[in-house]
Design a protein around this ligand. Structure first.
Ligand code: KG4
Ligand code: ZN
Length: 339
């Protein structure tokens, strides 16, 4: 019964996210009832990156208390649920298995259907959780720690990949660059913050792959450019901020150029930005400005729904369940999984 709330579970990496959503296309927030998140950032900080085994163990500890908390927030009991959606991939296999096993077990005990959701479809649909959501067709820029993609969205479930990264993802480039300049994990947001103090024009890095046609990305060369510039500099605090600024400008410029190209190629007038790097202030400002100049509209999820969260999984799952899709009782996850 899909007038009933769906439980959404996200455990693909280092955030445990849980949400409840009663899918109603015309309701505020598409019927989002509650969402809670536990971030493992502190747990992994000492290691300079996500430790998969520790991530799995922490999901095991946190998941059911978060489900209880979300139900309490929404004033619901487990018996009120109409279905369960969990991230089935891509992501860390052990971390995914925690959400899949718990989600499947809950659904089995309650006698309701369950569905494994593609993490990137969750990111892609996250802007639908906002007021005045974008209607397909639109182009989506998906930029996270694991992906940099341009996708043409013709409808829900009808996706065409326009461009992908040949090496590092945008978020990965942020994180690795931050690390090589000695910033603590997770480097992306820290580097972006530092860039605000950087002086314009102090450094300049190239805009990879913008000098030839196509919509693919490559960011690993940029990281090498930064490494060389940093090693040859005085490595002062101001220099670090200057390098951060030039790096951020190079990435953002590159993303903006490719988004404009994708809109041109598809004829779409709506651009959705999603994934963790979508939280980047410069990226949001530059894309909104380009849209103002060139007549396309930009749609961003709120910051909490740019990075990993349970709400986007509840949404993507609820829509699929409402269309009659679900899977059998096998607990299956897909660490690598094409959209
Ligand atoms: O979507 P997400 O939470 O997880 C993945 O599915 O990967 O994205 C995390 C990524 C990290 O690489 C992080 O450094 C980056 O998003 N990120 C940012 C900012 N906030 C998060 N990168 C640049 N600027 C930000 N403000
Ligand atoms: Zn993500």
């Amino acid at each position: 019964d899909f007038s009933k709330p769906v439980l959404g579970i996200e455990t693909s990496c280092d955030e445990t996210g849980v949400a409840l959503l009663r899918w109603q296309p015309d309701a505020p927030g598409r019927g989002l009832l509650a969402h809670v998140l536990y971030s493992q950032i502190k747990l992994h900080a000492d290691y300079g990156g996500v430790v998969p085994e520790l991530a799995s163990r922490d999901h095991v500890r946190k998941l059911l208390p978060l489900v209880r908390e979300a139900l309490a927030q929404a004033g619901l009991a487990p018996a009120d649920l109409g279905g369960v959606a969990y991230t089935a991939g891509p992501g860390l296999v052990g971390a995914l298995l925690v959400g899949a096993a718990a989600g499947r077990a809950l659904a089995w005990a309650l006698g309701v259907p369950a569905i494994g959701v593609h993490h990137m479809e969750g990111h892609l649909l996250a802007p639908l959780l906002e007021d005045d959501p974008p209607a397909p067709p639109f182009v989506a820029l998906l930029v996270s720690g694991g992906h940099s993609m341009l996708v043409e969205v013709k409808g829900i479930g009808r996706y065409r990949i326009l461009g992908d990264t040949l090496d590092d993802a945008a978020g990965e480039a942020f994180d690795k660059t931050a690390k090589l300049m000695g910033l603590p994990y997770p480097g992306g947001p820290a580097l972006a913050k530092l860039a605000e103090q950087g002086r314009p024009g102090a450094f300049h890095f190239s805009r990879p792959m913008t000098d030839r046609p196509g919509l693919d990305f490559s960011f690993s060369g940029l990281k090498t450019q930064v490494l060389l510039a940093w090693q040859q500099s005085d490595q002062s605090g101001q220099t670090r901020a200057d390098v951060a600024r030039a790096f951020e400008e190079a990435i953002v410029d590159t993303l903006v150029i490719k988004c404009r190209r994708a809109l041109e190629a598809t004829g779409a007038r709506r651009l959705v930005i999603a994934g963790g790097v979508g939280a980047n202030r410069r990226l949001r400002a530059e894309l909104a400005a380009a849209g103002g100049r060139e007549g396309f509209r930009t749609y961003f999820p709120r910051l909490a729904f740019c990075t990993d969260n349970g709400a986007m999984i509840a949404l993507a799952g609820a829509i699929r369940l409402a269309h009659g899709q679900h899977q059998d009782e096998r607990i299956q996850v897909f660490p690598r999984w094409d959209l």
